[in-house]
Design a protein. Sequence first.
Length: 280
Amino acid sequence: MTPRVSKLAAFIATVAFLMLGVWCQGQPRFLTREASLRNVVSGPFVFTTDLAANDVEDISAELLALERRITAELKLPRLAVPVRVYPFQTKARYLSYLQQHFPALHRSASGRRAIFLLRDGAPHIFVHNSADLRGDIRHEFTHALLNTSVRGLPLWLDEGLAEFYGAPDGSGYQAAHANLVRSRIRQGGTMGLARLESLTDHQQMGKLEYATAWSWAHFLLRGPAEVRNVVPAYLTTLRSDSPGEQIQTRVFQCVQNPYQSWRSHLDKLTSPSSTALPDS
């Protein structure tokens, strides 16, 4: 090789290396060079994490099983896009990563254990380790699956289903929510579907709103047989861009006194084992 050709080859190699470096810096969501963070691809999930390898494997297996269950029960298509999952050992690491890579989320993340973000059609889940890490991931993953499959999902139904599928045992039972709604009923107050369907902003969602949204989601998925197809049928119409009647109207078409039926369903919920899973 002549010296001129050798110099030209070296120049091309240097330019290629620099271009690769620029490309890498422009793709922070897919390439991570931070100390102790690594990318792990597992099925339809791409993890950026500092958790132990066996923990990541367990989370991936649990989410894949949940994906199969949700799509079967709600008659939704299987995942069509990868889900980016960012589980961190500490809140400090979680906030630091968001500050560096997703600064618009940093402020809201400071008061939350987990966040779901849908950006350019790609679902992202950010979460830090806590006593309910798995529940937080199940909740946010439900958002990811629903919002990549359905457009125009009402806020209350999105949160109610996320709370339902966030339960660990498949029953959808959330004791704290059940107790709060029962307490509200004993005080002579209720929150019906009309009120839930009027909510359009997360700032309107307090503990009672989350609990009530969960209670109606549980009623519609685990209540009397005549209401169990309301949510899957509604989601099907949303996917066809023709939502038609709201959930409230659909429930009244199925049950003569839905509020009494809903309250009776709540009275039966004393433990996760009190409600059988629907036939698969």
